[in-house]
Ligand binder design. Structure first.
Ligand code: ASP
Length: 317
């Protein structure tokens, strides 16, 4: 590595929510997250940009049916899947995304395309038009497990606030989902991407935080991807809040600690992953569990067993 280059860093998540039911569930999630972290880190190490790493990481996580994004997305109250995704390139501080897109495999690919357009955030109708324009083949992201979950929920008249964090064969227990990737490349540039099937069971037309700067934000100093109850994330404007705090001089770990402490006092329910340009990696949660994994360049770690009540954030250089 030449003197002007920095050590790339990477952190990803597969959602936040209630603790996973089974030990088997934890191990399966660990295996999936670690495999993706290793694969995406190799790209950064080979000189890939933070933006390319984030797009690749989001695609891999969207393609993993266990997580609530792309294939394996949860169903909304009417039994349809509508997905939202966004990309924020910190190098140029530019946001792009799609809201409630359907019948496609990788929503992050639309966010990628929109990075270079003058209209950069499209809703359902616009994203369907764009799919046609780009000749992206129609794809059904529905899995049997998610359909079964929805059928069970319908029997109980949708009494849950959200669908499962991950698709587990047992139909009760953990909740929530969403995936996210935050990367720092060897040039010192940051990028964040987030993709979701939403809360699950929501009202038609409900807009997720995942394609808003509240849920996914980056500039030249810091980058953040959030997961959890979208309405709580929006009310805290969480991702942008953390990034602005770092930009104004707080360290990443201070910015996370302060933002999560305040959010916990207000009874919020979510988690976030973050990186700063100085190479710090951080994560935070007010939910029971955050399904995060990271690569420092030296070690691969995760946040899967981190279920503490007292601590709201953690970090590693
Ligand atoms: N934040 C997502 C939403 O509210 C859901 C999640 O992260 O689990 O749409």
């Amino acid at each position: 590595m030449s003197a002007s280059k920095v050590q790339p860093k990477l952190i990803i998540h597969g959602g936040a929510g209630l603790s996973l039911k089974s030990k088997g569930g934890v191990e399966a999630v660990r295996k999936a997250l670690h495999g993706i972290v290793e694969e995406v880190y190799a790209l950064l190490q080979a000189g890939g940009s933070a933006k390319d790493a984030v797009i690749k990481g989001c695609q891999l996580l969207e393609d993993e049916p266990r997580f609530n994004a792309g294939t394996g997305s949860v169903l909304q109250s009417d039994g349809n899947i509508r997905m939202s995704a966004s990309l924020m390139d910190g190098a140029v501080q530019r946001f792009s995304g799609v809201i409630n897109a359907s019948r496609l495999k990788n929503p992050i690919a639309l966010a990628e395309f929109l990075q270079n357009e003058s209209d950069r955030v499209l809703s359902d109708y616009g994203s369907a038009e764009l799919l046609r324009e780009l000749k992206i083949p129609a794809y059904d992201p529905l899995t049997d497990l998610r359909l079964q979950e929805w059928i069970e929920e319908r029997k109980q008249n949708f009494s849950k606030a959200m669908a499962g964090t991950i698709a587990e064969p047992e139909l009760t227990g953990a909740r929530r989902g969403t995936i996210g990737v935050v990367a720092l490349d060897a040039e010192g540039q940051l990028c964040a991407g987030t993709s979701t099937g939403g809360k699950g069971l929501e009202r038609i037309g409900r807009v997720s935080d995942s394609a808003m700067p509240a849920g996914n934000y980056a500039n030249g100093r810091a980058a953040v991807s959030c997961t959890g109850i979208g309405e709580d994330i929006i009310d805290e404007c969480l991702a942008a809040r953390i990034v602005v705090r770092v930009t104004d001089g707080l360290s990443l770990s201070e910015a996370m600690e302060r933002s999560f402490r305040e959010s916990k006092e207000r009874g919020r329910d979510f988690g976030a992953i973050a990186l700063s340009a100085d190479g710090a990696i951080a994560w935070g949660k007010t939910s029971e569990i955050l399904l995060g994994a990271y690569h420092t360049g030296a070690i691969v770690g995760d946040t899967l067993e981190w279920t503490t009540e007292e601590e709201v954030s953690g970090s590693i250089e």
